[in-house]
Write a protein that binds this ligand. Structure first.
Ligand SMILES: Nc1ncnc2c1ncn2[C@@H]1O[C@H](COP(=O)(O)OP(=O)(O)O)[C@@H](O)[C@H]1O
Ligand SMILES: O=C(O)C1=C[C@@H](OP(=O)(O)O)[C@@H](O)[C@H](O)C1
Ligand SMILES: [Mg+2]
Length: 205
């Protein structure tokens, strides 16, 4: 797969994660493990990330926002003007930057965890939560979204989401924790994720 090769073959430079990590001790008492949200577009990674950031007091990192800020344009414009491979490279670079920053809540993009290099780093340096969601729910939530370039040209969004999920689900399943989002509220999901994170990192909620 070309996109995967791109990130890995270019040997994107790795910042000194371990030294930065040793210095950052998060409020849950663990030494610098990020709380990482992965899953399909529309499952609520960005929304829950903001909620968890407020709940925990930890820094919030939304990978798409970081890429968008660094590139001075929206994710849709970036796809359109530079193409997906360029976006994947910038996404991988931004991820490496986040992992060298103080531990926080990290909302990835839907594709981030599908790349082996990203996945290895996230599993090593974070507690990774897969927000599992049925395609019907994703499709309903994304019906009006214009900010998802992978859906922009699709004449059948449900089908496109189904195919993407089929390809990515085996990777998502490698997360440390799977949480079924069903129709649960942001608060219910957020509390559950935060409690689980604290239990796993030996800290206090
Ligand atoms: N638990 C939830 N309950 C209801 N709506 C939600 C929930 N989580 C997310 N949403 C809505 O779904 C849409 C996609 O959420 P978003 O956080 O952008 O997903 P992602 O970052 O995973 O693509 C947004 O309109 C958001 O408000
Ligand atoms: O599924 C994907 O490959 C993508 C998901 C998006 O993030 P969200 O999952 O936050 O929508 C964004 O990174 C980009 O449009 C590509
Ligand atoms: Mg998002």
């Amino acid at each position: 797969m070309m996109a995967r090769k791109l990130g890995e073959e270019r040997g994107l430079s790795r910042p000194p994660i371990d030294s930065a990590r040793e210095k950052s001790r998060n409020r849950a008492g663990s030494v610098g493990r990020h709380l990482v949200l992965v899953g399909m577009m529309g499952c609520g990674k960005s929304l829950l990330g903001r909620w968890l950031g407020r709940r925990s007091g930890l820094p919030i990192y939304d990978l798409d926002r970081i890429v968008s800020q660094r590139e001075h344009r929206s994710i849709s414009a970036l796809f359109e003007e530079k193409g997906e491979l360029y976006f994947r490279q910038k996404e991988a670079e931004a991820l490496r930057w986040v992992l060298s920053a103080p531990a926080g809540i990290l909302s990835t993009g839907g594709g981030t965890f599908a790349f082996a290099g990203n996945r290895r780093l996230l599993l090593e340096h974070g507690v990774v939560f897969y927000l599992e969601a049925p395609v019907d729910l994703l499709e309903a939530r994304l019906r009006k979204s214009r900010g998802r370039p992978l859906l922009a040209s699709s004449s059948d969004r449900r089908q496109t989401l189904q195919e993407l999920l089929g390809r990515r689900e085996p990777f998502y399943r490698l997360a440390h924790v799977t949480i079924s989002i069903a129709e649960r509220s942001r608060e219910e999901l957020g509390e559950r994720i935060w409690q689980t994170f604290c239990e796993r990192t030996g800290g206090e909620a």
